[in-house]
Design a protein. Structure first.
Length: 502
C-alpha cells in the first residue's frame, strides 16, 4: 500500500488523517481500504436523475446523432436510460443553438457556448488551469483572471439550465472539473434540490492545490453539493484537507461540516459495463478481428498495447523510451515483439497537446529507425478513434497491456482490458498513480517516471509463466465483474434511492 502521508506536511495532512480515521470501524481494513460506500440515506422516494456534464453524451455524424465514445458516457447512460433521465451539456460546437431533444429515451438539453466561452472556459480555465494542476502540475498551469471570470459565468449558466429543467424533486448529478462551481450557484437558485457531484480526475495534494489563486472560491463551489464523490480515498482525503485548510470546513465522521451543513465526502471508484465487454470479447466476429490484427502485424510472438487519448498525463513518450531500452538490452526481441499504440486525438488546438503528438511521433520514428529493419518496424502507431468493438479486438489480440499515466483519476482502459480477457490470459502493466491501481493489485505496478524500471517490467511480462498470468488475471477479472458500473452507480448515488442501476 502506498503511504498517503509520506513526505507530506504534517500540519496540512492532519485533517486528511482525522477524516479518514474518524469513520466507522474498519474504514482502513484491507477489504475497505479502496472503496468507501455511501451509507444509506433516509429518502424513500423515486427520483428522476438530471446529469450535468460539460458535453452531451451524443455527437453529430453526417447529420445524425450517435452515442459518443468515452468512459463517462458508457458509465452514465445505462443509468439514465432506466430512470427517465435528463442530460444537460454542450454540443461540442461553438455558437450552435440546438433545441432540447430525445435520444435513446433520454431528454438532452444542449447548452450554447460562444467561441470566446469555448476558448476561455473550456480550453482555457478547464484544460490549461484545472487539468494540469489537478494532475500534479505535470505542465505548468496558466492562471488568467479573464478565464476565471468566464468559467464562473458558464458554470452559472449550467446552474440556470438545471434549475429550469427541474421540478425541485430530482436528484442532480454534476460531473467533473469543468463544473466545480455549479453546486453553489444551483443551491442559491433551488436550495431544496438534492445535489451530488463526482470528480473524475484526481484532486491534488493540498500543497499543490494551494497554488490556485481562486482556491477558496472553487472549494466553496464544490462544498454546496450534498454528496461530493471522488475516485479514490486519496482524492477524497486531499479534498477534505484542502477544505479544512482554505474554506474553514470541519472534518466529521460523515465528511465535512461547512456553513452549518453536513456534506458527505466519499470515494466511489468508477467502473465499466463489464458484462458488455465480456460479451463483445466472446463474439466470433471479434475472434476473426483478432486473427486479422495479429496477421497484419506479422504475427509477432508478443504484442504490447497502449490505448490512450493523446494527453501529456498518459506517459506515452516514457513507455516508448522504456520499450526502446528493453530492446537495447535484449536485441533479439526487436523482431519478435510489436508495440501497438492507439493514440486518440484530443484537444488538438491546445499547444501542449500539439507538442505531445509531435514528440510521440518523433520518438516512434526514431525507435523504428534504430531498432527496426526494412521489413519490420517494432512500433505500430495508430492516430485515430476506434469503435468499442474494434478496441476490444485489440485488447484480445494483445499479450501485454501497458498503462502508464503520470496521474489519472481512474483509467478505465485498464479495466476494459481485464474485462475483455475472457480466457484469463494476458498481462496488465499499470501505473501506481492511476486510480485503477488501488483495485487491480494483481497487475504489475510500476513507476511511470522510471524508464529503466518500466523496461524491466516489460521484459518481466514477457517472461511470466502461464500459470502466474492466469492467476493474476482471474483475480482482476473477478474484481471488475463485482465492481462494475452498476455497483458504482449504487455507491455514488446511494443504495437507498429507488433508481434502477442494472
Amino acid at each position: 500500500m502506498i503511504n498517503l502521508f509520506e513526505g507530506s506536511n504534517p500540519s496540512l495532512s492532519a485533517p486528511f488523517e482525522a477524516a479518514c480515521h474518524a469513520t466507522k470501524p474498519g474504514f482502513n481494513s484491507p477489504q475497505r481500504r479502496y472503496t468507501v460506500r455511501l451509507r444509506k440515506l433516509r429518502s424513500q422516494v423515486t427520483k428522476r436523475i438530471i446529469v450535468a456534464a460539460n458535453r452531451l453524451p451524443v455527437r453529430q455524424v453526417e447529420g445524425a446523432w450517435e452515442r459518443s465514445p468515452g468512459g463517462l458516457v458508457s458509465a452514465l447512460l445505462p443509468i439514465l436510460e432506466k430512470n427517465n433521465g435528463v442530460w444537460i451539456g454542450w454540443s461540442g460546437s461553438a455558437d450552435e443553438t440546438i433545441e432540447p431533444f430525445e435520444h435513446d429515451g433520454i431528454r438532452l438539453i444542449p447548452l450554447t457556448l460562444g467561441r470566446q466561452e469555448v476558448d476561455e472556459y473550456y480550453l482555457g480555465f478547464s484544460n490549461e488551469t484545472i487539468w494540469p494542476l489537478f494532475h500534479g502540475a505535470i505542465r505548468t498551469p496558466a492562471y488568467h483572471r479573464h478565464w476565471w471570470r468566464t468559467y464562473q459565468a458558464v458554470n452559472k449558466r449550467f446552474a440556470e439550465a438545471i434549475a429550469d429543467a427541474s421540478t425541485g424533486e430530482e436528484l442532480v448529478w454534476i460531473q467533473d472539473y469543468q463544473l466545480l462551481l455549479v453546486p453553489k450557484y444551483l443551491k442559491e437558485m433551488a436550495p431544496g434540490l438534492d445535489v451530488r457531484s463526482f470528480l473524475h480526475i484526481p484532486f491534488p495534494p493540498v500543497e499543490l492545490y494551494a497554488r490556485l489563486p481562486w482556491r477558496q472560491e472553487v472549494l466553496e463551489g464544490m462544498l454546496d453539493a450534498d454528496v461530493i464523490a471522488f475516485q479514490t480515498e486519496r482524492g477524497a482525503g486531499n479534498f477534505i484537507s484542502a477544505a479544512t485548510t482554505f474554506a474553514g470546513a470541519a472534518a466529521t465522521d460523515r465528511g465535512l461540516v461547512w456553513s452549518g451543513e453536513t456534506h458527505r465526502v466519499v470515494a466511489s471508484p468508477i467502473s465499466i459495463d463489464t458484462a458488455e465487454y465480456e460479451r463483445v470479447a466472446g463474439l466470433d466476429e471479434t475472434r476473426q478481428k483478432v486473427l486479422s490484427i495479429r496477421a497484419d502485424l506479422g504475427n509477432p510472438e508478443v504484442i504490447f498495447l497502449g490505448a490512450d487519448r493523446l494527453d501529456y498525463t498518459k506517459g506515452i513518450d516514457v513507455r516508448f523510451r522504456a520499450y526502446e531500452a528493453m530492446l537495447e538490452r535484449h536485441p533479439d526481441l526487436a523482431a519478435k515483439t510489436k508495440f501497438v499504440q492507439i493514440g486518440v486525438p484530443s484537444r488538438s488546438t491546445i499547444k501542449d497537446y500539439v507538442e505531445v503528438k509531435e514528440d510521440i511521433e518523433q520518438i516512434a520514428g526514431r525507435i523504428n529507425s534504430t531498432q527496426g529493419s526494412r521489413h519490420y518496424m517494432p512500433i505500430h502507431y495508430l492516430y485515430e478513434s476506434l469503435t468499442m468493438e474494434d478496441l476490444v479486438a485489440y485488447y484480445c489480440a494483445a499479450d501485454v497491456m501497458v498503462v502508464t499515466p503520470f496521474a489519472d483519476g481512474m483509467n478505465l482502459v485498464a479495466k476494459e482490458f481485464v474485462a475483455s480477457r475472457i480466457e484469463d490470459d494476458g498481462v496488465l502493466l499499470l501505473s501506481e498513480f492511476a486510480g485503477a491501481a488501488q483495485e487491480l493489485r494483481e497487475a504489475i505496478l510500476l513507476n511511470p517516471f522510471h524508464v529503466d524500471g518500466i523496461a524491466s517490467k516489460l521484459h518481466r511480462a514477457i517472461e511470466m509463466d502461464g500459470e502466474e498470468r492466469q492467476r493474476r488475471m482471474k483475480v482482476m477479472r473477478q474484481i471488475v465483474r463485482e465492481h462494475d458500473v452498476h455497483r458504482w452507480a449504487r455507491s455514488a448515488l446511494g443504495s437507498d434511492l429507488d433508481v434502477v442501476t442494472a
